[in-house]
Every structure is written in C-alpha cells, then in structure tokens.
Design a protein around this ligand. Structure first.
Ligand SMILES: [Zn+2]
Length: 383
C-alpha cells in the first residue's frame, strides 16, 4: 500500500472533521475526536484552520459531564451557498441552500409535459434566476433528477419523463455556470436529504428512504454513505414488476410497482387530475378511493419486504407525494411489509414518514455535492 503523503493526511483529517461537524447541530472538540478517532490535538489544529477559513465557529457551551463544560462548534450557516435543483415530474424547483440546509431562495417552474430540449431550457432558466440573487459565494450545483444517472460522469442515462437519453447534464451546467455540478437520481438525493437534515440519524447509520411520487424509487445509505450499486441504479424499485400482465408502464414493461403504487397510478385509476381530490375522497372513506389507495399501499409494502430481505436495514423512511395519504396509508404499507417479510426481520424494522417533503431532494442534492468533495468549500475561484 502506498503511504499517504502529509498533504493527503491533512486533507483527509480536515474532511473527516468537517463531515462530523456538518452532520451535527453543534458538537464539542472532544466529541469530534471520539467520533473520528483522531487525537484531540489533531482535532484542535483542524478546527483552528476551519475557524480561520470562516467556515466554523464556536456557539456556546454544552452540558458538562464533570469538569468544565465543553465549547460547542457549528458550521457558519451562510458562509457558502449551494444550488439544489429538483427536476420533479411536473415542476422543477431550484433553491439556494446554505451550509445548514436552510433554503434561502426558491424558484419554481411548471414544466408539465415538456420534452428533452425544453426541459433543459427550464433548468437553465431556474439557474439564471438563482445566480442573479445576491447570495454569494455559490460553490456548486447539486441536481436530483428522476431516472438512471451516472453520477461520476454527471450523465443522465435515461429519464423517461423528460425524454433524456445520455444527456451530459453535469458538463452542460458546469460550462455555463463555471461551478462544479453533481447529478444524482432524485430518490437517492431525497435519501441524503432526510439523512442529513431530516432529524435524528447517526452519522454511520444504515437507512433506506423510499420516495413515492409520480414514480417510485429508493435511496440506500450504508454506513452513512450513499450506495449506488454497480450501475448507479441501486434502489430503482419502481420498475420491478409486481403484477404479471398488469398495466403498461412508461418504461415499456407491464405491471411495474409504479403502475400500482405511485401517484400516477392512483390518478389514472381514479380518473383524477390532482391528488388533492383523491386524498379528500380517501380520508372521507369513499369506497373506490379507499380501495385504490389501499392496493397502492399493499404493493409498496411488499416491495419494502423485498428490501428488508435483501438488505436487512432496520430503518425505512417514506417520503414523496403519496405520504399525503397519511397514517392510514402508512399503516397499510406497514401491515403488508410485515406480512411479506420474515417476522423477526420486519419486526425489528422501523418504518416512518419523512420530515422534509419536496425539500428532501433539493437539500440532499446540495448536501451530496459537499459530502462528496469538501475541497469545494476552499475553492478560491468561486469565493
Ligand atoms: Zn416500469
């Protein structure tokens, strides 16, 4: 094994400390040392550097556990900004996000039924408007898009709804806006959003976040890191067939999970335009709505059981528009999940609703950019 150079070690330690501070509301130097296995001296040195860079500050004292109470550190929220972009089905939403995951500005565009080139122009329009805002410095763009993505290359391999095939979205935006761009599948982005900003998750946790909206996808975190699989499509559960000879799916197959458990499926069966009307009917106990939504929940639950059987990850978060059907829907999903997986394994699995709704994808796309490469924070060109 090649020995790491001094510079590499330094950068590695810095990134480790930054990651630890990022994932906590506030934290003491001693706790950083404990979580990273770095020495107290190393942590103090790194922290001094981060304070000098204007990225981290002391925010008061924590509870004392004998002896004097420790000084707490936190990232400085508005030290840098990242653009998060959610290329959702019917609506593109772009936002300027600070280092604490607070959304400072939002631009939304209705993009219903727009094709490939038009979709791209909408994305540019949102970027143009966000870059005109006075918030600086903007150090990068993180994108969550439906479909199959090669994150390393920033290429959207196949997004059916936008009719994008092998689109080098990352390179196009980098050229135009002169900042680094990362492109992620939207469900994977939502998973990172819930993990980083959605409440109480340990930095090294395993987590599955299932995003059930027009399409359905999951994001899988293992030891606190996104797992994308060999082809980038890990968690693409929406296009696995659950009903033989079922409805034709937009991917060309029949009976995919999406054809029974997604917003699209529910609207189609209800012959409705908006989810609002369906959820009203559902909550009022209207038989047809109850039947269709219950079936949707059932098939989603069975798919979750498959994930449990494959990964045995004990925490599953559900996000996306389908969660609008609330706890009645959730308990149907849960009942089917428990019925379809090994009792010991499903019994130990916690299923809950996400906390960030549509913001999960935006915040996750933005956070991924940083978690992936902290050197962006120090990139002189953009500061
Ligand atoms: Zn399909």
């Amino acid at each position: 094994m090649k020995k790491a150079t001094h510079q590499q070690t330094k950068q590695h330690n810095r990134d480790l400390v930054l990651r630890t501070i990022f994932l906590q509301e506030s934290i003491s130097r001693a706790d950083i040392a404990r979580l990273t296995n770095l020495t107290r001296t190393t942590v103090s040195d790194v922290v001094a550097g981060l304070i000098a860079e204007g990225l981290v500050c002391e925010v008061g004292h924590g509870a004392s556990i004998g002896g004097k109470s420790p000084i707490l550190l936190s990232v400085i929220a508005d030290a840098r900004y990242v653009v998060g972009l959610n290329l959702a089905q019917d609506k593109f939403i772009g936002a300027l996000v600070n280092l604490k995951g607070e959304i400072k500005e939002t631009i939304e565009l209705d993009v219903h039924e727009s094709d490939g080139e038009k979709g791209l122009q909408f994305a540019y329009q949102i970027m143009d408007q966000l870059f005109k805002k006075k918030l600086k410095p903007i150090i990068g763009i993180g994108i969550g898009t439906p479909g199959l993505v090669n994150t390393r290359e920033g290429v959207v391999l196949n997004a059916v709804n936008l009719d994008w095939q092998d689109l080098p979205l990352g390179a196009l935006l980098e050229k135009k806006y002169k900042v680094p761009v990362s492109v992620l599948n939207d469900s994977q982005a939502a998973a990172i959003g819930e993990f980083v900003y959605g409440g109480d998750h340990r930095p090294d946790e395993n987590l599955i976040v299932v995003n059930a909206r027009y399409g359905i996808g999951a994001g899988i975190l293992i030891n606190g890191r996104l797992f994308q699989g060999d082809g980038g499509g890990a968690g693409e559960i929406g296009h696995v067939v659950v009903q033989e000879n079922g409805e034709t799916c937009r991917c060309g197959k029949r009976g995919c999970l999406e054809t029974v458990a997604s917003v699209r499926a529910v609207l189609r069966q209800m012959n409705a335009d908006s989810l609002e009307a369906v959820s009203e009917a559902f909550l009022a106990g209207e038989a047809r709505a109850v039947d269709i939504v219950t079936k949707a929940a059932h098939f989603l639950g069975v798919s979750l059981a498959n994930l449990i059987g494959t990964l045995n990850i004990q925490k599953i978060v559900l996000t996306g528009d389908m969660t609008r059907f609330g706890h009645v829907w959730l308990s149907e999903v849960e009942a089917s999940m428990r019925a379809a997986a090994l009792t010991r394994m499903s019994g130990a699995t916690k299923l809950e609703l996400g906390k960030l709704d549509y913001r999960a994808c935006i915040l996750g796309a933005a956070a991924f950019l940083l978690l992936d490469d902290y050197s962006l924070l120090f990139n002189e060109e953009n500061l």
